[in-house]
Design a protein around this ligand. Sequence first.
Ligand code: FAD
Length: 682
Amino acid sequence: MSNSAVDILIVGAGPAGLFLAAQLAKINAFHASRTRVGEPAKRIDYRIVDKAEHKVLVGHADGFQCRTVEVFQSLGIAHRVVHEGCEVAEVVFYNPDPDVDSGKGGLKETQRVIDTEPGTSFFRHYLLGQARVEQFLLDLMREEDNTFVEQLMDPTSFEMADDVNSTEYPITVKLRHLAPSVSDGKNKEDSKSGLYRSNLFATETVSTVPEPDKDADEVIKARYMVGCDGARSWVRKQIGLELKGDSANTYWGVVDAIPITDVGILSTSDQYSRLLTKTFLLVFAIVTNNSPEECHSFRRIRVDFNRAPGARLCSVSRLAERFYVQLGRLEPGERVNRNEVTIEKIIEKAQSIVKPYRLECADVEWYTCYEIGQRLCDTFEKQERVFIAGDACHTHSPKAGQGMNTSMMDTYNLGWKLASVIHGTAHPSILSTYQTERHAVANDLIEFDRKIAGLFSGKPATREEAGVSLDEFHALWKKMGKWTTGTAIEYAQSSVVANVKQQSFGIRPELATGILIGSHFENHPAICCGTAQDIQLQHRLISDGRWRIMLYPGDIRNPAVSDRLKSVCENLDGDDGIIRRYTPTGDIDSVIQVLTVFATPRLEVEKQALPEILKPKRSPYGVPAWDTIFADDKSHHTGDSKAYIGYGIKADNDVGCAVLVRPDQYVAGVWADTDIEKLGEY
Ligand code: FAD
């Protein structure tokens, strides 16, 4: 039996686990880029294990929120989402047509609404299969850090030292290397069926478990362990936690298929133009034909048809429709037997809903069935050494496309904190904020989901009968728009978010009225003084584990501003200044990077004359690109940049603004630039 030790053991390689590994890979790659060849690079040692034979190949989650695309941008992979995903432009509502005899059914387009309110994000909302998303993360791990998922690894025992600080590696996990036939997973003969991984009750048991190869078993010791092992989490059980909440009361079928249909915009006659334009209309059809429970939604998704395990990626990439069909209701305690759910039954139900229109599914890519229940763990960690993330700590319906996004954003929140603690640049107490911040998000999400799922599953109002009115549905949909884009999150005051009410550590939120403390740093363009490109400032906040101080000194042509900036930088760069105090090695911007935006025409910013701390730092190789100095100025192509207006910055002769941004792009606080010591104290 082999033994090894790691900083972080990640159990489960779905979206949550892969995102964590990808983020750590990015952080490692940054430190490697600052290290000379032959010298050891500062590195987080992590392993990611999964008991299934391979990643998800088809189906599962498909919604990609704007905020998640922003975060992918910070990892350098948003272009893949934008290229392959289907952009959601509008939501179209269908309802029973009151002019059609209710016995025959009938649908009518009743309203179209914009999907993402203008100004919400630089990016849009996309639909893209989980299989592709997982692939992007795997590619990033390989390219940035040469790391891989270790498949067919099944954890069998767990121990944690009573005093977790008494030993370097307090966690011990034993893993069994599985033979392919033992994995319960993703590669069963019928790759179209996602039922094996759905949350439905399975009557079958694995009857032929071969004797495990004892020599191949392994003991891994770890400083930290993160359970990203889904709704039936093994890690959650080891630390004595359980998902609590509503038991399911409805169950749904999901199908990815190319339909042959004459229902409204789903007509397949424009197949070719669809592929060219990739524009997408999301359709929610609320339908009734005597049965009040029948509701469904259609959305377009890009899928890789006929992909067998191991086949070349994207061999047959086509646009399909995904539809969700409510199959039935459940009494308390009642469970659905997955063996009784077939693709034929799901399609039959969908056909009965869209009657008198035609709906046939010639080419089915994937289908599944699941029960909807909103559940949440009381806490997401044990002794700040073992954490759970994603579906392991919260489950909800996929109605608003939150599952995959929230799971990845959980580990986005956790990854940089773990890395900072392991690198020794943050106190371990920072880890408690994972639980406080993400539990609050999950709680809000479940409340939101309960409302949305209630409306989807509710009986639509008709002329004859009361029920869920379209107005009610639209109103909630609009109100929740920020939720569905992922941009609504506002972390509460903690050691990593300054207290706005008490104006702790001398923060001055009024100096940047367009910036919300506790929320993500939003996007506004500015012009890069070095390259003349118009740059989205948020895009400069790369997820490489670094904090950023965004300085907005004002117009440097003004001698008062220039003098003030000099003294601010002396403070920043001094031996006792915030940057050197928190940067143990000589690599001065490796913990905190300073980015400066001037309210000055870019050619009038004398870059060479600027204080050293503002200039870009050189990696051991290459030339600095002046990519830390920006100006509010005219772009050659896109008009005036308006960063000062966008962020609501107040800067004059006496005061400028310094915004502290966490490694996950959330704003920790806003200070006057003259109060840099206070920022340092914070
Ligand atoms: P998962 O994706 O569940 O990943 C968990 C990983 O852990 C898996 O790779 C699994 O093999 C592995 N694992 C499990 N147990 C162990 C163990 N003991 N040891 C090692 N590895 C283990 N969301 C939407 O937004 N829209 C949808 O339409 C949608 N449809 C879905 C359909 C189905 C059938 C399912 C199951 C989920 C669906 N979801 C949907 C939800 C979405 O897929 C999840 O929210 C998201 O995948 C959660 O990511 P995760 O990484 O937390 O967990």
